[in-house]
Design a protein around this ligand. Structure first.
Ligand code: AP5
Length: 211
């Protein structure tokens, strides 16, 4: 099963990806996570990525496409994978089309008025990547799944978020039409209800796909 998770910053791609990976046993490939790991390790890719991510801009397509192509050629991706945050431009989607066919594009659609609060209140587990919102943590600083420390991402501040949303509207939102035309889109609406509600709808679709 080859999946793409599409959605604005804060839509809940990472939140759903952790659940999908666990239930369906597919590798979760998040370009954002790959860049953050490279930044932490101060690799040449990390140095380039940081200069864009800190401003809320996209890392250039050449860099991003090469990373994804390398990652999905590994042995654990032979039976499928889930791309979270890739593609994000039409050029990236076209590059992906040249190397593989995906089965489904899950587009998480969310009211933009919810996004700023979701992103600025987000805390992420440094070990397993699970995401939480401050409102539901009740002061807890450790991950409920694995006990890892929770942290706040550097790009989760109001100024950078605005830039990320502008970039999404200009460069990523056109992918909805791109994949709709190919008959691959599954739209799922996420609202104030807990992530499990969204996951249930996604799981129903994936179960049908696997039958
Ligand atoms: P990336 O890490 O991919 O960030 P993003 O797309 O901006 O998405 P987020 O991770 O912010 O949000 P999400 O949709 O995963 O939401 P989450 O589940 O955490 O990319 C970071 C940067 O890397 C980019 O800005 C770019 O510079 C670069 N980059 C990455 N990929 C690239 C590419 N392909 N090309 C070029 N550059 C690239 O949820 C958010 C919050 O909401 C959490 O607190 C969560 O607990 C909460 N929440 C989730 N669901 C619900 C719900 N149903 N109800 C209430 N709260 C919820």
């Amino acid at each position: 099963m080859k999946l793409i998770l599409l959605g604005a910053p804060g839509a809940g791609k990472g939140t759903q990806a952790v659940r999908i990976a666990e239930k369906y046993n597919v590798p979760h490939i998040s370009t954002g996570d790959i860049f953050r790991k490279n930044i932490k390790e101060q690799t040449p890719i990390g140095v380039v990525a940081k200069s864009y991510i800190d401003k809320g801009q996209l890392v250039p397509d050449e860099v991003t496409c090469k990373i994804v192509e390398d990652r999905i050629s590994r042995a654990d991706c032979q039976n499928g994978y889930m791309l979270d945050g890739f593609p994000r431009t039409i050029a990236q989607a076209e590059a992906l089309d040249k190397i593989t066919n995906v089965d489904l594009v899950i587009n998480i659609d969310v009211d933009f008025s919810l996004l700023l609060d979701r992103i600025c209140g987000r805390r992420v587990c440094k070990d397993c990547g699970e995401t939480y919102h401050l409102k539901r943590l009740n002061g807890e600083t450790k991950c409920a799944r694995c006990g890892g420390d929770l942290y706040q991402r550097k790009d989760d501040n109001p100024e950078t978020v605005q830039s990320r949303l502008d970039v999404y509207n200009a460069q990523t939102a056109p992918l909805i039409a791109y994949y709709t035309e190919k008959g691959l889109i599954f739209n799922v609406h996420s609202d104030e209800r807990p992530p499990e509600v969204t996951f249930e709808k996604i799981a129903q679709k994936l179960d049908t796909l696997l039958k």
